[in-house]
Design a protein around this ligand. Structure first.
Ligand SMILES: O=C(O)CCC(=O)C(=O)O
Ligand SMILES: [Fe+2]
Length: 323
């Protein structure tokens, strides 16, 4: 598939520093991060997070592990696909876009689950792979808890922090987008979509970038290239948009592949646990901000929309759960 609309220059997204020493509630640093996060999510629905919890070595090790796993024979990779769990194991997500493949780890905080999946890929085990995935994901989970706490507090929802943290499960995903045969070409690696989760935290290997986003009112695509190799892109999804009564904008984004180098990316996806029904708390609903959505059950929504598609957008979401 070739591109239908042209990409503009890079957009400078807000850069928010989560590496500040002693970043804890009730400190001036925390309050400053809180207001930056709220503004960024209202305006762009995404931001760049600086986070020193993941060392350069760990990031390198992760992308090396990623190359290793995607280099396995297709048959071996397909063996790791779970019959029972959605998105767990290997997936060629979109057969009509063969540029893109992925491996998902549901409940990545559970060492046994990662070890089990690793054994399906390497029957004799691969301790380095399993440990690297676990260490990297553990750090992203740490960042995600901070980010989610800040988000809830920034909307005055301190008393819901725990409930919110408990309402999502950790899904970690590795992606590979195949480089192109011609250096001058550009192709769509992943179609335009908004994320379905609460938030997602992404990073890509340093040689190749590719995520593009649309701004709130814009018709143009902008490259969301991080300003530093060590940072992460945090994107708000549909579930957060509904929880916060539409105050947070879930941006449309896509992945564009250019050049010959393969693109590897990794992300932590905070998806509502099965059975969780999302409803904006009373505290953020008033005459000026009337309730926009009915209680939202992501699983029920996905069952109604076509299966295995990433292409959800704000208008099909609104049709499903508008009041
Ligand atoms: O590959 C990436 O960096 C982005 C993937 C993405 O947007 C998604 O899986 O929802
Ligand atoms: Fe996405």
């Amino acid at each position: 598939m070739t591109l239908s609309s042209k990409t503009q220059f890079a957009l400078t997204l807000p850069v928010i520093d989560f590496s500040v020493p002693n970043l804890k509630p009730k400190t001036p640093e925390w309050d400053s991060v809180k207001s930056q996060v709220r503004k960024a999510l209202e305006e762009y629905g995404c931001f760049e997070a600086l986070f020193d919890g993941v060392s350069v070595e760990l990031r390198k090790a992760l992308f090396k592990a990623s190359e290793e796993v995607f280099d396995l024979p297709l048959e071996t990779k397909l063996n790791s696909k779970s019959e029972k769990l959605i998105n767990h194991g290997y997936e060629l997500q979109n057969p009509e876009l063969p540029l893109y493949e992925g491996i998902g780890f549901n409940g990545v905080e559970d060492p046994e689950s990662v070890d089990d999946l690793t054994r399906k890929l390497w029957p004799h085990g691969n301790v380095t792979f399993s440990n690297t995935v676990q260490s990297f994901a553990k750090k992203l989970i740490e960042l995600s808890m901070k980010v989610r706490t800040v988000i809830m507090e920034s909307f005055g929802l301190e008393k819901y922090v725990e409930e919110h943290l408990d309402s999502a499960f950790n899904h970690f995903h590795l992606f590979k987008y195949k480089g192109l045969s011609d250096n001058t070409e550009e192709k769509l690696g992943l179609d335009a979509h908004i994320d379905r989760q609460f938030i997602n935290i992404l990073c890509q290997n340093d040689v190749v970038d590719g995520v593009e986003i649309k701004t709130k009112d814009g018709e143009e695509w902008f490259k969301a290239k991080p300003s530093q190799d060590s940072s992460f892109l945090v994107i708000a999804g549909a579930s957060l948009h509904i929880l916060l009564n539409g105050e947070v904008f879930p941006p449309l984004h896509r992945v564009v592949i250019s050049g010959k180098k393969d693109r590897y990316s990794a992300g932590l996806f905070l998806r509502p646990k099965e059975g969780v029904v999302i409803n904006a708390p009373e505290e953020i609903v008033d005459d000026e901000h009337p309730r926009l959505y009915k209680p939202f059950d992501l699983e029920a929504f996905l069952k109604l929309s076509s299966t295995n598609t990433k292409r959800i957008n704000l208008s099909n979401l609104k049709t499903f759960c508008a009041l």
